[in-house]
Design a protein around this ligand. Sequence first.
Ligand SMILES: Cc1cc2nc3c(=O)[nH]c(=O)nc-3n(C[C@H](O)[C@H](O)[C@H](O)COP(=O)(O)OP(=O)(O)OC[C@H]3O[C@@H](n4cnc5c(N)ncnc54)[C@H](O)[C@@H]3O)c2cc1C
Length: 451
Amino acid sequence: MKNTDTKLRTQLLSRLLPVSAEVDIAIAGGSCTGVFAAVTAARLGAKCAIIEAQNRFGGTMTAGQVCYWHSLFNSDYSSQIITGLTQEVIDRMAKRGLIEFWKEKNPHWYVNLNTEELCCELDEMVIESGVLPFLHTRVADVLTSGEGTYVDGVIIAGKDGLSVIKAKYFIDATGDADLVRFAGGKVWRNSELQTSTTCVKFSRWPREIMAENRIGRMIHAAKEKYKMPEGVIWGADCCCSNTYMFAGTNIPLLDSSNQKELTEIEIESRRQMRAVADIVGEAGYPRPVIEAVPSLAGIRESCHIHSLYRITLDELFSGKVFEDAAGKGTYRSDVHRRDPPGTLFRYLDGTEILLTPCEPAYKRRWRNASLPTPPYYTWPLRSQIPVKFRNLITAGRMIDADAGAYGALRVMVNMNQSGEAAGNAVFRALDAGKNIPELVKTRNHSMQEIN
Ligand SMILES: Cc1cc2nc3c(=O)[nH]c(=O)nc-3n(C[C@H](O)[C@H](O)[C@H](O)COP(=O)(O)OP(=O)(O)OC[C@H]3O[C@@H](n4cnc5c(N)ncnc54)[C@H](O)[C@@H]3O)c2cc1C
């Protein structure tokens, strides 16, 4: 659309549509990432609204039923590197006994949270901090000015039909960069998107079939009959409940930022959930029963923004501490692939493990043994700032990272911090009356890189 058209459209829609709210900061998407962004900015004093398409906050963790948060510690567990709202949620959930800690020190697993009660905890945090919540509400479009560099408002679709939320600054925490894309920002995709896996809660799940990958072999044996694509399978007892969360559906190649493909992911996920229950039943166990179908498919990856700085695995795992570090982490690079099916793990100590279904794990080094293991990694806030915009920042899985770096950054203890960093940065911009990119030293991509 030409700039004059965009200007006219903005003027027209602003006149036609009612205004639902006028705030300092509007946050699109209410997973823990979006909630932490909103709560951070609101506690600092900004008037915030959060817009979430689902009936609850928490995103992949609540609506998607993924229950684990990874380590909050440095590589040798000598100090805690992640605190903030992640620790606050852990403490709040622990008060009610809704959390289980992993027994031994482990770089991968740390806590298992009750995902249903987490919805209630996040409601409380949003309300206590004075954030204006919009549930069952989707950001459907964007109003821009300044030749598309400034976002004036988001058009939301909810029970009252279409309306506008106006704000001085915006945070895109929609996972699929909806706000950036609607505002005309360009996005890119890794050559192979990580496989989607939708989690399901089963009752009557026979725990013993998780040992020695027996369930993996059952699915492998029935893969032709049930048309089951192969991939890594895992699961966990749901915290403080008798149900079992099973993460064993595999939907490769489809892109959740595309409406048609997202619909296919949802329907294919449910077909595979039932197939798994049938396969287990046919193996002689009482057939497991689907107890809860998530209202969000398990999306590991879709598009990434063109930001002020693309982070690569080599740089991330070198342990470089960026001047504008947005967060710290130690989670391994964890890339779910279709071909060969399975997962490639890369570790900060330079080793890697390739897991292929029903094959022995393959271990080797990906980095020279002479290089030291860094205590943790950091990523720059610049990787969350989309080029072109003055008052828009992102948080969450649309981060500008290559496939390997994204494999590490995508987990929730990191994405939570990206939310807090975005909330903090936008408050600083608001307070100083600055454009967001002015907060960091920038290295702008050339237009050639972006196109
Ligand atoms: C099967 C699976 C297992 C995983 N296991 C783990 C694990 O054990 N531990 C871990 O830490 N990480 C795990 N991950 C990764 C992690 O869950 C995600 O990478 C992370 O939650 C992404 O967070 P996000 O906030 O960017 O996106 P999302 O969680 O996808 O949140 C986006 C939110 O925005 C909302 N939204 C989207 N579009 C709009 C719109 N237009 N308007 C309004 N709202 C909108 C959505 O409803 C959603 O609430 C797993 C992922 C999968 C799929």
